[in-house]
Design a protein around this ligand. Structure first.
Ligand SMILES: [Zn+2]
Length: 305
């Protein structure tokens, strides 16, 4: 309700975004001049170089025909739905005409959840893979459907404490996929703790990491105690997916949910809804336009950075 009131008009959203982007007053992106006049509520014209700048230029909102007010409400929906947002839910709540619009909104926001240029995890880091089961209705209740492999990297802070995480869907648990994920997610020089799966064996030879493998395939009962943090993250992820979608997440949508889970998890300590709203809005203003055509078919190549 508070948000509805605060951002009840397009003008209030424009002003808020402008204040966020230019906290010390307008700056021309062309010549860095700070003298400008406001041609309309949302457009500035630089007095030095005459360049016209929209408040949404260079942000995720730039190529959108949707009013900012709608974007703000969509962001609010995403951060307040504890069990995760869905395109269908978003379409209903925002009263959008088409599912496609809601879907593209959600996937653009997903890009913003994955903050550009974010830091890699620092060691020690636990890494493991697990299967996320899609389920399908069957003769005897729920039957396991296609399973999807997800790899996770989890920062070990102290004792059993968890820092930040990274998640990614991978095609196979082979050295190519696992090493690519680790290089992408973990700072070089870090201690990487894994089990003794062959896919991790080349890690030490790469020279970038201190590999600390623990034999555990022989005693699967002890997995939780050897890599406790990564297994806790997997169980939280599974529970979250289960409560949202009864576990039946379509494989093509899984990347979105992994990013949303990561966004929430890495901000769990400052998880006031207002703060999450501000973060996602801020990151939406940081990344450039995300054309619809680039959203499609990216799901398998996306790197969950
Ligand atoms: Zn200028």
């Amino acid at each position: 309700m508070e948000l509805e009131e605060r951002f009840s008009s397009e003008e209030s959203c424009v002003d808020y975004l402008a204040a966020m982007r230019w906290p010390e007053g307008f700056r021309c992106p062309g010549c860095a001049g700070d003298q400008a006049w406001r041609a309309t509520r949302s457009r500035w014209v630089c007095r030095d170089c005459a360049r016209e700048t929209s408040v949404t230029a260079g942000t995720i909102f730039a190529d959108s025909r949707l009013p900012l007010r709608l974007w703000f409400r969509a962001i609010w929906q995403v951060v307040t739905q504890k069990d995760g947002a869905s395109a269908m839910g978003l379409q209903r709540v925002l009263g959008l005409g088409s599912y496609r619009t809601a879907w593209s909104l959600l996937h653009k926001l997903r890009r913003a959840m994955v903050r550009p240029g974010r830091d890699r995890l620092c060691g020690p880091v636990e890494v493991d893979e697990c299967y996320i089961g899609a389920t399908e209705p069957g003769k005897n209740g729920r039957q396991p459907g296609r399973k999807t492999l997800v790899v996770a990297a989890v920062e070990c802070v102290s004792a059993r404490k968890i820092g930040r995480i990274r998640l990614k869907q991978i095609a196979a648990a082979n050295a190519t996929e696992l090493e690519a994920f680790i290089v992408d997610a973990v700072e070089s020089g870090a201690i990487v703790r894994t089990d003794d799966w062959s896919g991790y064996r080349g890690l030490r030879a790469k020279g970038c990491y201190k590999h600390d493998p623990t034999p555990m395939r022989a005693s699967p009962a002890s997995e939780d105690t050897i890599l406790p943090r990564v297994h806790l993250v997997f169980s939280l992820l599974k529970r979250w997916l289960m409560s949202t979608h009864q576990g039946a997440v379509r494989q093509s949508h899984l990347d979105y949910y992994l990013d949303e889970f990561t966004f929430r998890f890495n901000r769990r300590k400052s998880a006031s809804r207002g703060k999450l709203f501000y973060r996602l809005l801020q990151q939406s203003a940081m990344i450039g336009p995300q054309p619809y055509r680039t959203l499609r078919g990216e799901t398998t190549s996306h790197h969950n950075r």
